[in-house]
Ligand binder design. Sequence first.
Ligand code: FAD
Ligand code: GLY
Length: 649
Amino acid sequence: MVPETFMNSTSEILIVGGGIIGLAIAVDLQLRGAKVTLLVRDIAQAASRAAAGMLAPHAEGIPPGPFLELCLQSRWLYPEWIRKIEDLTGINTGYYPCGILAPVYELDQPVTTEEVNKIWLDSNAVHLYQPGLGKDVVGGWWYPDDGQVDNRQLVTVLQQAAENLGVEIRQGVEVHAIQQKQGKVKSIYTSIGELEAKIYILAAGSWASQLLPLPIHPVKGQMAAVKMPPNQTLARVLFGPQTYLVPRRNGRLIIGATSEKVAWQTGNTPQGLQTLFARATRLYPPLADWEIEEMWWGFRPGTADELPILGRSSCDNLILATGHYRNGILLAPVTASLIADLVINDKVNPILTHFSCDRFNQPSPVTIPPMSLTIIENKPQALLSPQNDRLTIAGKTFHSRLMTGTGKYANLTTMQESISASECQIVTVAVRRVQTNAPGHEGLAEAIDWSKIWMLPNTAGCQTAEEAVRVARLGREMAKLLGQEDNNFIKLEVIPDPKYLLPDPIGTLQAAEQLVKEGFAVLPYINADPLLAKRLEEAGCATVMPLGSPIGSGQGLKNEANIAIIIESSQIPVVVDAGIGTPSEAARAMEMGADALLINSAIAMAANPAMMAQAMAMAAKAGRLAYLAGRMPIKSYASPSSPLTGTIA
Ligand code: FAD
Ligand code: GLY
């Protein structure tokens, strides 16, 4: 992956994010001869500084499997990794392999004590081993190999190590957008201008989903620290039910942590602290009287399946190292080593397959009705199987190739029934009409289950590029408010002409260029103009959406020849939008090789919208299968269906 010249450090690597993950990778890469620049908006806001620093694969209760394996590998790497960083800087990191005791309040399963790294202590033993435990403690597990590190100190030392090695750390620099073109990152837009590199690494923790559509969300944790009296210092970490106490060697006791899905709500709250202290004092009552030193909070980078996202992305030169959720401090050494191997040696450790971002694009249950497929010799079955046929837009994958809208329905119930019958996964919504609660749009946003449907905000009603850019930004906020934190899609419509509703090509291109810079996945609605489609693709749009005929006209595909050229010359998905009136026209567009369809009026204005939605869904699938199957050649003369040889005279 990395060209030869890279090793002579003529090329550079840009890392976005200066938490423990970005810093650890920077140090590893620089040690292997790379030239690294690291951009960080604010080191103080990093979860890496807010954490408790436990190295706790066992105490965290991670079930056996690849993730536990990854965590154990990292814990095993820790002592040597720490020695390396301390040697580079001469500063102590506060690494402390003190073991973790995990007291329990309930005995819910028979206890076995056979594993060497896991020892069961019954009620007497646990209270003897750790005096002062709460009366509710009825036993506990002792994990001698788990431990802790002073994560704040470690981040400071890592930063020093990186600087000593020559990593250029640019603090206070915010990355606004990642510009992608034809499967590669071309540059990034930052608060200090546009920057280019050969390889980009995204290690932006919880904020990664603001730059790419990744399923990462913040999980807030509130924390506190108290001062241990000199005669009562704890000697090991206590990890109780929903709480933990981490004694540092300097007499500070870290108390953690709440786990709250409250989006980006900052600050400590009375409710959060009350919960925190109640759980902590139940586990270890003596601390109730100890002096509070500090209270803080942080955002864990949570993912949809609570596993990290590591490895390549849909762009060749963009590597992902994020989503470490509750265990980023523990996972720093292994992450740095795996990512450096990937970047420098193009070596994909097999364990990475479990943490690839591709796992979020796996097929969901197929909704296509059973049908028998004839497998044509020499054609791979995978090509013909609807199960393997997916639509990918800006790195996000869908099994349905039919998109619908929300306009023109007689009522919300009909709309809901139609969306469901269409089996679509993408629904476009007019930002302006929803924001202003225009007639027919009251309560519309709430009427759709956005945990199942991907929102495609559109800029309908915008007559100029400037208006469209402004409305697109509102659209992104709207998607976020409705729970789609990582949604950066926008259907771009710039339509100055109210009679034919034809889009303005120049305004559309101008707005598209700006929105791509701002990190949007832009899906522009255009006249079927092949040259414009090419220019939009070059500008970095995620799709092009040529119209079949004017919006809402139901005239069908009036410009097939141009659509065919666009399909032939596009590297990005082509979505035929507007004008389709019947399922046969929908199927026709798909047979031609369109990647998807957007159909609203033909469904909403049918006598029975839900039934028409179902018909359109079937037509989209039939057309797609026909396209994949390959139609028979057209001949000038008849050719009998039955062979003429071997007939009975
Ligand atoms: P972060 O540390 O969050 O760093 C991300 C950095 O990226 C930030 O500095 C941010 O400013 C920067 N950034 C983001 N967006 C941009 C942008 N657009 N431009 C420029 N810079 C940007 N893990 C453990 O292993 N053990 C524990 O005991 C533990 N306890 C925890 C307790 C709490 C309360 C919390 C919140 C987390 C805890 N964790 C723990 C989890 C661990 O802290 C995280 O998994 C880890 O810190 C993630 O590191 P990171 O470098 O990916 O992200
Ligand atoms: N790993 C501890 C926490 O995330 O709170």
